[in-house]
Structures are given as C-alpha cells and as structure tokens.
Ligand binder design. Structure first.
Ligand SMILES: [Zn+2]
Length: 133
C-alpha cells in the first residue's frame, strides 16, 4: 500500500478529474463543458455562504465568500432547474451561461441539504450490507 492520507470523497475526485480534462480542452469547449467546469470549481474551492434573508431558506439572496480570492459576491437564487439566478462576479457577467461557480456552490449546497436524508438512508443501507458481507 502506498496510500499516505485519508481517501478524498468521491465527488471531490470526480471534480478534480473534470478540472484536469478541462485544461486539456483549452478553448474547444461547449457550454455544457463550461458549466461542468464551474460545478467542479465549486466542489473544490473553499467558499462560505451566508443567507441574507433567513426567512427564505431556498429562493433567497446570499453572500458567497471565496476563501481563495478573499472576494465576496451577492448571489440571488430564483430557480434550481432554470438558469434564472444571478451573481455579482465578473465571470457571471461575461460568460453568457447564466451561472458561475458561486451560484453552483449555493445550488449544490441546498440540493445537498435537501438530499441529506436520502444520503443518510443510503449510507445506513450500505453499512447494513457491509455488516452482512
Ligand atoms: Zn459568481
């Protein structure tokens, strides 16, 4: 065994693989590639999120603090399925995709919260299966 540290979570590994592939594609990317790239950045870059309207836990306005750049952005989430959200960062303004890594971070976090119970059940089931094996 050459493993030296803890195993990173599966999603983190997938995100790093996407980022590695993105650097090979260079400028030859589709909108889907670019959105995937932002999701991967959201999964690998440390960010803090604060809800500016706590009474509205889902469709609300948030401050996203990027620990890497030290910058703060205002993100407004209006939909999880349509691209109706906005962010004050430069990438959102110029990329024409209707999303950015800050929106993806916020969207992903709320989807994770909503899916947390499903994940807990799946983990419990896997643990049960592991005990039986
Ligand atoms: Zn942004």
């Amino acid at each position: 065994m050459t493993e030296t540290g803890p195993t990173p979570p599966a999603g983190d590994t997938a995100a790093r693989r996407i980022l590695a592939r993105a650097s090979q594609l260079g400028w030859k990317t589709t909108d889907a590639d670019e959105i995937e790239r932002r999701l991967a950045r959201a999964a690998t870059e440390p960010m803090e999120v604060a809800n500016l309207e706590p009474a509205e836990p889902f469709y609300s306005s948030f401050i996203v603090y990027s620990q890497g750049s030290g910058m703060k952005y205002r993100v407004e989430i209006r939909s999880l399925s349509a691209r109706q959200n906005s962010c004050t960062c430069v990438d959102f303004r110029v990329n024409g995709l209707g999303t950015c890594k800050h929106i993806d971070e916020e969207t992903a976090r709320r989807l994770l919260d909503a899916g947390a119970k499903i994940v807990e059940k799946a983990r419990a089931r896997l643990a049960q299966e592991a005990l039986r094996a």
